[in-house]
Design a protein around this ligand. Structure first.
Ligand code: FAD
Ligand code: SF4
Length: 485
């Protein structure tokens, strides 16, 4: 074996032995008293230490695991060369919002799951480091094509689609119903997980590409989608209006005082700045004992927010077992460290109120696990005669969201599924109406940030191609004799 090959072999062996570099977090007893970010990010030394473990695979499986195919070994290599700006430019080629994905992507089920290192590289932590400290060079923006695209919604899907289209030379306007941009990143995910300054910076980077933003513009009411196309002369509309309508349990007691939907609760705390009360005039009344029904990221955010608002005891009520919790692993770990109790295999039956209409308890029953269902998870089965009353004074329902129907109802020919999502082509986002595209949660139902971004990228490409094709057709038609058109 040549000296060079032997050296490489030894280096690889050393890298394989290295353990993951942990990211520091605020201490749990301290952090439940504030809304500051929990995970503190890598220092320079930690980032380099972690980057040095990457094996620089020739056929990197991690890239395949990333829905937007970030060129992972390439950006890690730039980081190792101390070229953090170069690293950021590589990420930005396929991911316009790296400070966000670095913080909230479920990496353990994506890039990191595919990483061949026995102790997967902390790709998300490195992405966050590069996004936070790197400065991007000027993006290569194509010259203006003279076309206009409207984007409905400023969540991750709308922002991504808008950025990609602007880079391709289209004039883009983003219409947002709320008074702040960012979608769920702003009104849903709490400050301690997604600092609003980070979201604002990412929005600004999209604005810097020349994208125009209009807030307080509820499409379907302020302006309809048809008006955007016909009156305002947009060549295409991308609808990324998310899934903001909460699901309820359909059990009795859901209208009692002290019952919140997760959306209402988190919007009051985040968008209306309840977490900064009394500096902001949004009091959020939380009880001493809180039950959060559901176990996804939304439920974990509600539980951890409740603790920070002063609840003494917070329980997650989940009908399946703890091993099947859909939330990100990091959120489950952090929630448990903070004192959130996971009440697995428990089904809520009724919310109980006192004679003043205030919540005093949640009637539940215990569950067992049966055969696997269509989702591949074992089906929860009620155990007879196990009903019990759990004394609580606040119940937060976090069992999923679905799309608001305003746009579907005000846009003729736009077909929806039985779940209220738009019927669409998965590769292009094309809806059942010409020149109207969609993506993100409005198309898939509540999903993840990175999937919403992937849909935004795909649709941008499809919209670009459609506009070029239509232009070409029109040019050809113009040159044809009138009778042949
Ligand atoms: P959204 O982010 O919902 O944005 C849609 C935007 O459209 C909103 O700003 C809305 O106001 C606007 N809008 C709606 N209707 C109209 C209209 N008619 N006119 C104009 N504007 C309109 N995913 C992860 O990957 N990791 C996580 O850790 C994670 N945690 C989450 C925590 C919470 C509390 C929630 C609610 C979701 C979480 N998710 C997480 C899911 C993720 O945030 C969503 O999948 C993602 O935001 C969807 O992006 P989107 O752009 O499709 O929609
Ligand atoms: Fe590095 Fe893991 Fe990707 Fe290989 S699979 S290039 S080790 S991050």
């Amino acid at each position: 074996m040549s000296e060079e090959r032997e050296k490489n072999r030894q280096q690889r062996k050393q890298k394989l032995k290295k353990k993951r570099t942990h990211m520091s977090v605020q201490e749990s007893r301290e952090r439940i008293r504030n809304f500051n970010e929990v995970a503190l990010g890598y220092t320079d030394k930690e980032a380099l230490e972690e980057a040095s473990r990457c094996l620089k695979c020739k056929k990197p499986r991690c890239v395949k695991g990333c829905p937007v195919n970030v060129q992972i070994p390439e950006f890690i290599q730039k980081l190792l060369e101390n070229d953090i700006n170069g690293a950021k430019d590589i990420i930005l080629c396929t991911n316009s919002l790296p400070a966000i994905t670095g913080r909230v992507c479920p990496q353990e089920n994506q890039c990191q799951e595919f990483c061949i290192h026995p102790n997967a590289i902390s790709i998300g932590n490195l992405e966050r480091f590069v996004a936070d400290y790197g400065e991007s060079g000027d993006r290569n923006i194509s010259s203006e094509l003279g076309s206009k695209v409207a984007v409905v919604g400023s969540g991750p899907s709308g922002l991504t689609c808008a950025a990609e289209l602007a880079i391709l030379g289209h004039k883009v306007t983003v219409y947002e119903a709320l008074h702040e941009y960012g979608g769920v990143l702003t009104y849903g995910i709490p400050e301690f997980r997604m600092p609003k300054s980070v979201v604002n910076d990412e929005v600004k980077s999209v604005m810097a590409l020349g994208v125009t933003f209009e807030k307080d513009a509820l499409i379907g009411r302020t302006i309809t989608v048809d008006e955007l196309l016909e009156k305002y002369n947009f060549n295409a509309v991308y609808v990324a209006s998310g899934a903001g309508t909460p699901n309820f349990l359909g059990i009795s007691g859901e209208n009692l005082n002290g019952v919140f939907s997760a959306n209402e609760f988190l919007t009051r705390v985040n968008l209306l700045k309840g977490y900064m009360f009394p500096d902001y005039d949004t009091p959020v009344t939380i009880g001493e004992k809180v039950a959060v029904v559901g176990a996804g990221n939304v439920a974990m955010d509600c539980a951890r927010t409740s603790l920070r608002l002063g609840a003494r005891e917070v329980d997650i009520i989940y009908r399946r077992s703890e091993g099947e919790i859909p939330a990100r692993l990091e959120e489950i770990i952090h929630a448990k460290e903070e004192g959130v109790v996971i009440g697995e295999l428990t089904l809520p039956l009724e919310i109980i109120g006192d004679n003043k209409g205030n919540v005093v308890g949640l009637k539940c029953m215990k569950m067992d696990l049966g055969e696997k269902d269509a989702s591949g998870r074992r089906r929860p089965i009620p155990i007879p005669e196990t009903e019990f009353i759990f004394p609580v004074d606040t119940v937060i329902i976090a069992i999923g969201q679905r799309p608001n129907q305003l746009i579907a109802q005000t846009t003729g020919g736009l077909e929806t599924t039985k779940w209220g999502t738009f019927v669409h082509d998965e590769e292009t986002g094309a809806t059942t109406r010409e020149r109207i595209f969609c993506g993100g949660d409005v198309a898939t139902g509540a999903a993840t940030v990175i999937l919403a971004m992937e849909a935004g990228r795909k649709a941008a490409k499809a919209i670009h191609n459609m506009i070029l094709e239509r232009d070409l057709n029109q040019t050809v038609l113009k040159d044809l004799p009138k009778e042949d058109r």
